[in-house]
Design a binder for this molecule. Structure first.
Ligand code: KG4
Ligand code: ZN
Length: 313
């Protein structure tokens, strides 16, 4: 990994969420400086690259279109192959970046992919053979963090804020209901509603409730989300007889989830793979890793490839 440049979009903080039009414009503004910066930092000339990989989906279509068009132009101009990559697969394949883990996971393994848009348990049999065993029926885990943070009057994105505040809070201060969902699927929208009603009730009696108990609230919400995730991954290991578990996606930056998974691994004899922080939230290195693996197998994309907001795994 020679360079991994990320342009974060502060513009979304002002609106408490991602505004698609603004995200697309920010992509348009950032893409050339970011690519330029990546070449400079890597000390590699554009002529030296073998292929251009890009995120085809799933994601926000207006932002995907910017990347897709740019990648096509770059590949065409340099005369190198173009490789479309699935964003969720790339989160998992980030585990194979040379410095992501002391050693990459052996196949088969289970991936718990938790991001702002997805929550999935995936059976990974090799680089390209991946099966979704379970997924969220409504909100994603990251979305739950973000939406509940908003109810707690915290800035966007709420996941990292809750993580930070929870460090000095009591995870058992408040008990929130856990959804009853069959099998390996998840549901998070009920938790958001439960927290909202709980707060309305408390705020009626004490208007300063959130301010006074923000750390305990953050810790209790985080504990509930993490327990839901860990319970299902436990069920998946038992059902499928696979004891290797890899975390992926933005929410895997969460300290309680990382520690909780390590603790359960110790108790249950699992091998766990928890990527370095820089490879958990969205990054370009994971797209390059997935692209590199596809290039080796000549899995290239034609120039008429189109971005897709809802492409399946
Ligand atoms: O993978 P990602 O960077 O983008 C998507 O593909 O969605 O994930 C972003 C999500 C956001 O919902 C954000 O709040 C959450 O990951 N997130 C966290 C933490 N860092 C990022 N959630 C909990 N704790 C964190 N430390
Ligand atoms: Zn992502």
């Amino acid at each position: 990994m020679l360079s991994n440049v990320v342009a974060s979009q502060a513009v979304h903080e002002a609106y408490g969420g991602v505004v698609p039009e603004l995200a697309a414009r920010a992509h348009q503004q950032h893409i050339i400086p970011v690519v330029h910066g990546a070449f400079q930092r890597a000390k590699v000339s554009k002529k030296a690259i073998d292929a251009v990989a890009f995120t085809r989906g799933p994601g926000l279509i207006s932002a995907l279109l910017v990347g897709t068009s740019f990648a096509k132009s770059l590949a065409l101009a340099l005369g190198v192959p173009l490789i479309g990559v699935n964003h969720m697969r790339a989160h998992i394949l980030a585990h194979f970046i040379a410095d992501a883990n002391p050693a990459p996971p052996a196949f088969p393994f289970l991936a718990l992919t938790v991001s702002g848009g997805h929550t999935q348990i995936i059976l990974v049999e090799d680089y390209f053979r991946m099966t979704v065993l379970g997924e969220t029926l409504d909100d994603a885990a990251g979305e739950a963090f973000d939406k509940i943070a908003k109810v707690l009057c915290l800035p966007y994105p709420g996941g990292p804020q809750i993580d930070r505040l929870a460090r000095s809070g009591d995870p058992l201060a408040f008990a929130f209901p856990r959804p009853k969902v069959e099998g390996l699927n998840f549901s998070f929208s009920g938790l958001k509603t439960a927290v909202r009603y709980f707060l309305q009730e408390r705020l009626r009696r004490n208007p300063d409730f959130i301010d006074q108990r923000i750390n305990d609230l953050a810790a209790s919400v985080q504990y509930t989300i993490v327990e839901i995730l860990l319970e299902k991954i436990g069920l998946a290991t038992a059902r499928h007889g696979v004891k290797r578990v890899a975390l992926a996606g933005g929410v895997s930056a969460n300290a309680a989830l990382r520690q909780g998974l390590r603790d359960r691994a110790l108790r249950n004899g699992w091998e766990v793979y928890i990527p370095k922080l820089q490879y958990t939230t969205d990054n370009a290195a994971m797209i390059a890793m997935a692209g590199g693996l596809k290039l080796r197998e000549h899995l290239l994309s034609p120039l008429d490839t189109a971005a897709s907001a809802r492409v399946r795994l």
